[in-house]
Each structure stands twice: as structure tokens, then as C-alpha cells.
Design a protein around this ligand. Structure first.
Ligand code: PRX
Length: 644
């Protein structure tokens, strides 16, 4: 175990305080969260704190549910009197030679109010959905907070998703309007967001309006009557827009995420509990103190960007850095150059980025002065010990606690994580639960709770916490089915987990058909359905396999139609096809032509076998006697595509 006391003075918690607060949080959640809820400003204070039920068939989650507040007021207005001139957002553009922008709370307020008035002028009302398809630019934060101000529900679609994926999300949530930009520079290249949006809108109601941020000034098509130049319009509207009082349980946003079956589901987070939880975790987990410069390198298209670029840091009156670029452009020193330039105190990134940079050599880090750093964070996938050690040695200089934060889109905020100054770390372990979180480990087959300290099984959570998702948009049944049906009385995370004899938690990865590619979550079913939509494909099965840089890669077994011959051109065509159907992140790393797939007599594909073949672990295939045709396995092994 490693103790790394802060080299910047006392942290928010020490070991004794963590224990005391944790015990109260699980023994008396009403008192604990009743007090913590007051970190927000309420228009009508709540009298109720927790009203939650995990019983399958009756699942209902409410926090602070008679309270009234507005999220944008909590992230902006309430800071104006004391820190109006403090920088709220530092924007660091893709090109290092372009100037950074420093947006104060006062400026943020004006932008958000103006954007809110633009939305109102387009007929967006309380409860309406607004899809945001923007690069990492300040307008993305303005758009989120403008929605929150008028009570509209935002749903961000990651700018790396394809037009089809965008259209599906616009249609699923019934968005009235999309906010996009002309083009998105990233790593020196440009993604044509507006033309992607044009393509998506061909599959949507013609009532959907399109607000366009002219960011690069690149030429785009313009559809009169549908497209609106947001920046120009913001100049014409009032800089004041009264905030809409919202119930704590009114949805704040929807974020689509992949599951083990079917199409992505719209995870719904509500105003009060989510914001309390995002703010509290941001303060304690990063040990954020007033005046610190905090940088989370995620994209606002993922939950990490929601909770830890926008809502958490701004609710705390912090300074949050938004970075438009990539870790390796113009070279592998970019992250550290930005850390030096803005004297970043807390830095939060994903293991996949660390691994990519590690491979380029330490000289890119050593060039820069990183002495302002005090906390380093990791998120998205288990961090392997080599990456942890590199992060610790070259970036943290052995002086910065590394917080390996385990959580999910569904949980709204950190769930199992070290706290600087309070919980000593072990490389690769997410350590201990955050306040209010009751992790339990169950036997995967018997569902029996494992009470011994050292044990292994599936990870569930025994009781609700304020940041928990409330439902799946438009499908409460699916919500209950996905998270509460398999292990009755518990929230099922989908992750496997080990607890060691010190009571530390080690996440072992997904136990369902979800894979984690560079920290991006992907349902194998989604990639399969994209593949089978191609006219040459009869059947497809997709599994994950260990990948040195990405954590997991995508391995696709493809059975072609009878009259189609496999070829390299077809392989390229299928890769391109998946990119178009979902987005570049879903492109298979390996495609193996499979004359047949291993199926049981009832027709179920035995993915366990496909995983083993993809991992090149063919000595351990286990019992294959239940297969309808065991000989297909020999063919798949003989023709493994991933010979490495
Ligand atoms: O498998 C876990 C993994 O990422 C999943 C959640 O993915 P997503 O909803 O996209 O959210 C990612 C950002 C919060 C989890 O079920 N995961 C996330 N963080 C960690 C992790 N696995 C191990 N260690 C982590 N720190």
C-alpha cells in the first residue's frame, strides 16, 4: 500500500475522517445526505432526502424530491458575487499556436443566458430534448448549461459518432433541436460535424431545427428555415434569461450508453441528486481546493465530461480546463505542455492515453515543469501496473496520489476510488467506496452475497446514492430488467470484482457482452447488428480481446452469404461500413471469416469459445460437446486471423 500525503497541505479528508463520514453515510444516509445536499443553493429547500426502492418490479429512485433548484444557477449565478472575475473555463485549442481562452464566471453567465434565450426563441420549452453534437469547445458547456437554465433536457452525442448513430439518438429522445458546429479540429484533422448532422437529419422529423456554431468558419451547406447561426443570434438576444425553477427529480440530461443487448439506452440523470453527487465527488476525490486549476481530458460526449468537466467543477466554483485536441498532437508532449502552461493542479485521464504516451518515451514528459500537479486521476478501465507506475514516476514524480476512479455512466459520479490523504493506494485497485456507496460481491451463479473480506464475484451495489440514474429514457421496464432483475434487491453493475484481505476492491472487467475499447464502452450486439446490415454478411459474432494500447480490441467473426467470396477488399469495405454505421471507435481490429459459428443445439452462439480463440487461448476451450457441430471450432482455430 502506498501513502502519498499531499505535498500541498492537508487534504479534505484523512483516514479517520473518511471512516467516520463513510460510516455515517451508510448507517444514516438521511442525515448524511440531508447535510450534503446543502452544498447546493435551493429555491425551495427539500424536506425529504431519500426515497428509494430496489425491489424488482417496483424500482423507484428519488432524492431531495420536494426540493426546487436550477442547475445553471448552482454552476454560475451563485458564484458571481464572490468570484465573478475568476476563470471558470480555460479553453485550450487543438493548435498549440492558437491562443487559449480564459472565460470568467461573469462571461460564462452572459454566454449561457444568451444561449438560453436563443433556445427559447427557437421554441424550446421546459422538458424538451436538445441534442448537442459539438467538439470540445466552450459552446458545448454553454449549451449544456443553457438547457439546464430553461429546464430543457440535453443529450450529448459524442462528435466521433456517425450520422446514423446521431439520427438514432435524435429520434429515440424525440429531440426538438440539434446544436452542432461547422467542423471540429482534432489532432490537426477536421471532422465535418455539420455535414454529418445534415446526413442524420435526413432520417429525422423535418421539424428538428439545427443550431450551428461557426467555429472554424469552414464552408458548410445551409438550409434556410432550418439552420440557425447561434453565435450571430446570441448577439441579438438579451443577456439575461431567468432560470426556470426545477424539481430535484426533473431530468437534467440523457446520455446514451451501450448495453449487452439491443440498441444503446438513454441513461436519465436528474437535477438535484446528480448535482450534489458530482460536486461532492469532485471536491473530495480530486482534493479540489478553491483556486486550483483542474483538468479532465475526457470529452463532454461521455459521462466523465458531464460530471467532471462541467457540472462538478462549476458547481464547486472551480476552474476547469477544456481541451480540444489529442494527447499526441503535435507530439506526445502535448498533455504536459498544457499542464505546464496552465499550472494544472489536478489532472484526470484514461489509462489508454497513458499507455499511448508511455510508448513514446519519458523525454516528452521530462521537458515540462509539472510541479503544480497534486492529484492524478484515472478512469474508464482498469489501469495496468506498468501504466500506473509510469504515471506515478514521470508525471507525478512520486509525489501525487493517483485516484483510480471506478464508476459508470449510470452511477453519475465516482463510486469506488481512493481519496487523497485518506486512502492509501495500491496500483490497479480502485480501493474503497465513496461516501454512501455500499458495494457487495455476489456469487455469479448462486447470487449469494460473499461476506468474507477476501472474495471474488460480480459487483453489485446494495443501496441507492444520489447520483444514480433514475430510468432509461422512455423504458422504465428496460431499466429494471437491465440493472435489477438478475440479482434481486441490488443494482447490478455488469462488472466482475475481487476484494482483497484489506477490503480493497479490484475491478476485473465486464462480465456481460460489453467491451471497453480505449475506455469507450461498446455493446458487442451493436457492432454485430451493424455488420449483419451489410448485404454480404449472413451472420456475425463480436467479442473483445486483450489489446496492448486500447485495453480491449474488437474481434469480429463474420459468416458471409453463400454466393460471396472473402477478400481483402471486402474486409476493408466492412470496416468502413461499421465506421459509417456507428463511428470510428467501433471499427473491428480483426475480422475473421467464419464458415460457421459455434452454436449450441438450441442455436445460441457460444461466445466463451469465440473469446478464447480471439485471445489465442485455445488450449482452454472447455467442454465443446454441447455444440451442434464441434468441427466449426477446428476451422476457426486453424484460420485464426489474429496470429500475434
Ligand atoms: O467496466 C467498468 C469500466 O467502465 C465501465 C463503465 O463505462 P462507462 O459507462 O462508459 O463510463 C466510463 C467512465 C466512468 C465500467 O462498468 N471502468 C470505468 N472506470 C474503471 C473501470 N474499470 C476499472 N477501473 C476503473 N477505474
Amino acid at each position: 500500500m502506498r501513502e502519498v500525503p499531499s505535498h500541498f497541505g492537508p487534504a479534505h479528508a484523512d483516514a479517520a475522517k473518511y471512516r467516520e463520514m463513510y460510516n455515517e453515510s451508510v448507517e444514516n444516509p438521511e442525515a448524511f445526505w440531508g447535510r450534503e445536499g446543502k452544498r447546493l443553493d435551493w429555491i425551495t429547500p427539500y424536506t425529504k432526502v431519500k426515497d428509494t426502492d430496489f425491489t424488482f418490479g417496483n424500482v423507484s429512485i428519488k432524492w431531495f424530491h420536494d426540493g426546487v433548484l436550477n442547475a445553471s444557477v448552482n454552476c454560475i449565478d451563485r458564484h458571481l458575487a464572490t468570484r465573478g472575475d475568476q476563470t471558470a473555463i480555460i479553453f485550450e485549442p487543438d493548435e498549440p499556436s492558437d491562443p487559449a481562452q480564459y472565460i470568467t464566471y461573469r462571461e460564462l453567465s452572459e454566454k449561457v443566458n444568451r444561449m438560453a434565450n436563443v433556445l427559447l426563441s427557437q421554441g424550446v420549452m421546459r422538458g424538451d430534448r436538445v441534442v448537442i453534437y459539438l467538439p470540445m469547445i466552450p459552446e458545448a458547456a454553454y449549451a449544456m448549461l443553457a438547457c439546464a437554465r430553461i429546464g430543457a433536457i440535453h443529450s450529448i452525442v459524442f462528435a466521433g459518432f456517425s450520422p446514423d448513430a446521431l439520427a438514432n439518438r435524435i429520434n429515440d429522445c424525440g429531440a426538438k433541436l440539434v446544436i452542432t458546429a461547422d467542423t471540429a479540429p482534432r489532432g490537426g484533422r477536421r471532422t465535418p460535424l455539420k455535414s454529418n448532422t445534415d446526413a442524420a437529419l435526413l432520417h429525422c422529423s423535418d421539424k428538428v431545427r439545427c443550431l450551428v456554431v461557426k467555429h472554424t468558419g469552414d464552408q458548410t451547406t445551409w438550409i434556410q428555415g432550418r439552420d440557425v447561426d447561434v453565435k450571430a443570434m446570441m448577439e441579438d438576444v438579451s443577456p439575461e434569461c431567468p432560470p426556470r425553477p426545477m424539481n430535484a427529480e426533473d431530468p437534467l440530461f440523457i446520455l446514451y450508453t451501450s448495453g449487452s443487448t439491443g440498441k444503446p439506452k438513454g441513461v436519465v440523470h436528474c437535477t438535484g441528486g446528480y448535482l450534489v453527487y458530482a460536486a461532492m465527488t469532485h471536491e473530495y476525490v480530486f482534493d479540489y481546493h478553491q483556486g486550483d486549476v483542474y483538468w479532465c481530458s475526457a470529452d463532454v460526449g461521455w459521462v466523465t465530461g458531464h460530471s467532471y468537466i462541467v457540472y462538478g467543477p462549476l458547481a464547486n466554483g472551480g476552474t476547469s480546463l477544456m481541451f480540444e485536441g489529442t494527447p499526441t498532437y503535435p507530439d506526445a508532449g502535448r498533455f504536459w505542455e498544457v499542464c505546464e502552461k496552465h499550472k494544472v493542479n489536478q489532472f484526470y485521464t484514461a489509462p489508454t492515453a497513458i499507455r499511448a504516451l508511455m510508448g513514446q518515451g519519458p523525454e516528452y514528459v521530462e521537458k515540462y515543469d509539472l510541479s503544480a500537479l497534486k492529484t492524478l486521476g484515472s478512469v474508464g478501465e482498469p489501469i495496468n501496473p506498468e501504466a500506473w507506475a509510469w504515471y506515478d514516476k514521470y508525471v507525478g514524480k512520486g509525489k501525487c496520489p493517483i485516484v483510480d476512479t471506478w464508476w459508470q455512466t449510470e452511477t453519475g459520479g465516482h463510486m469506488i476510488t481512493p481519496l487523497p490523504g485518506a486512502i492509501p493506494t495500491k496500483p490497479g485497485s480502485a480501493t474503497r467506496p465513496f461516501f454512501g456507496v455500499k458495494p457487495v460481491i455476489l456469487d455469479p451463479t448462486t447470487a449469494v452475497k460473499q461476506d468474507e473480506t477476501a472474495t471474488e464475484g460480480v459487483l453489485c451495489i446494495a443501496d441507492s446514492w444520489p447520483g444514480q440514474m433514475r430510468t432509461v429514457w422512455g423504458d422504465h421496464e428496460r431499466f429494471q430488467e437491465t440493472y435489477f432483475s438478475q440479482y434481486k434487491g441490488y443494482y447490478f453493475t455488469g462488472d466482475g470484482c475481487r476484494r482483497d484481505s484489506d477490503g480493497y476492491y479490484w475491478i476485473t472487467g465486464r462480465v456481460d457482452d460489453v467491451i471497453n475499447v480505449s475506455g469507450h464502452r461498446m455493446g458487442t450486439a451493436e457492432v454485430e447488428s451493424a455488420l449483419v446490415a451489410h448485404q454480404a454478411v449472413a451472420e456475425a459474432a463480436v467479442v473483445g480481446f486483450p489489446h496492448e494500447l486500447k485495453g480491449q480490441g474488437i474481434y469480429a467473426y463474420v459468416t458471409l452469404m453463400n454466393d460471396v467470396e472473402p477478400s481483402d477488399d471486402l474486409r476493408k469495405d466492412l470496416e468502413k461500413w461499421v465506421r459509417t454505421e456507428i463511428g470510428p471507435i467501433a471499427k473491428p481490429d480483426v475480422i475473421q471469416w467464419a464458415p460457421g459459428l459455434p452454436k449450441t443445439r438450441s442455436g445460441k452462439i457460444m461466445r466463451r469459445i469465440l473469446r478464447k480463440i480471439a485471445e489465442n487461448d485455445t488450449g482452454a476451450l472447455g467442454d465443446i460437446s454441447t455444440l451442434a457441430d464441434p468441427s466449426v471450432v477446428d476451422d476457426l482455430i486453424a484460420n485464426r486471423a489474429n496470429k500475434g
